[in-house]
Design a protein around this ligand. Structure first.
Ligand SMILES: CC(C)(COP(=O)(O)OP(=O)(O)OC[C@H]1O[C@@H](n2cnc3c(N)ncnc32)[C@H](O)[C@@H]1OP(=O)(O)O)[C@@H](O)C(=O)NCCC(=O)NCCS
Length: 179
């Protein structure tokens, strides 16, 4: 198993991977929504605002995480949103997800990103250092339907002060139904 942050060679396979994984776990409709989100993220996000963590086994992609920039209007710190996350259905529960997250966060750290947020299951993401955060601490770019899934972690050692919003996600995430 190898890890990479290089998107171009996987550009066509990533939307399909996400569509398949989310169809298997959440149903066909959700699969289509997430496949379309990934396609949109890859096509319409400025290079500087998108990072990836991809795990591969030979020519096969096993899993992927996309990270996109989150801007806080009155804050100069660099923040990225970790979403979505997918591991091939037949390779789940063997540690790929946790290793991918670790690899992705290392990549962000090397790019001098200060903080990472995600929106998901606190039980799973808590295993890789994410803690629940409030919207007073980091205002979300859209109303959250599951505020308990709003999570974050600092990538630097310094004490973290609240982020001064409002915040803005990249265009592909600018859809209330995704939040
Ligand atoms: C969620 C996901 C990325 C985890 O990847 P993975 O490679 O299967 O996870 P890992 O092998 O690193 O970790 C597995 C462990 O996490 C646990 N786990 C997996 N999903 C979990 C969840 N939603 N909540 C709590 N624990 C979870 C497993 O039970 C397992 O625990 P164990 O080690 O005690 O047996 C993967 O299952 C997936 O792609 N799921 C479908 C899509 C999805 O839900 N994505 C996340 C939302 S964006």
């Amino acid at each position: 198993m190898k890890f990479s942050a290089e998107i171009p060679q996987w550009r066509d396979s990533l939307p399909k991977l996400f569509q398949q994984v989310f169809s298997d776990s959440e149903g066909e409709d959700e699969g289509k929504v997430i496949g379309a989100l990934v396609s949109d993220l890859l096509s319409n996000t400025p290079e500087d605002d998108l990072q990836a963590a991809i795990s591969q086994d030979g020519p096969k992609v096993l899993g992927c995480i996309l990270f996109s920039r989150l801007r806080f209007e009155q804050d100069t710190r660099q923040v990225f949103l970790m979403s979505p996350v997918a591991v091939r259905t037949d390779r789940q529960k063997s540690g790929v997800g946790q290793k991918l997250i670790r690899f992705g966060l290392e990549g962000l750290r090397s790019a001098n990103v200060d903080y990472v947020v995600t929106y998901g299951d606190p039980a799973y993401y808590g295993r890789s250092g994410f803690v629940p955060i409030s919207e007073d601490f980091a205002p979300a770019p859209m109303p959250l339907s599951h505020p308990h899934g709003w999570l974050g972690q600092a990538l630097t050692e310094t004490e973290t002060a609240p982020f001064k919003g409002p915040s803005h996600c990249v265009e592909a995430f600018n859809k209330p139904e995704l939040w």
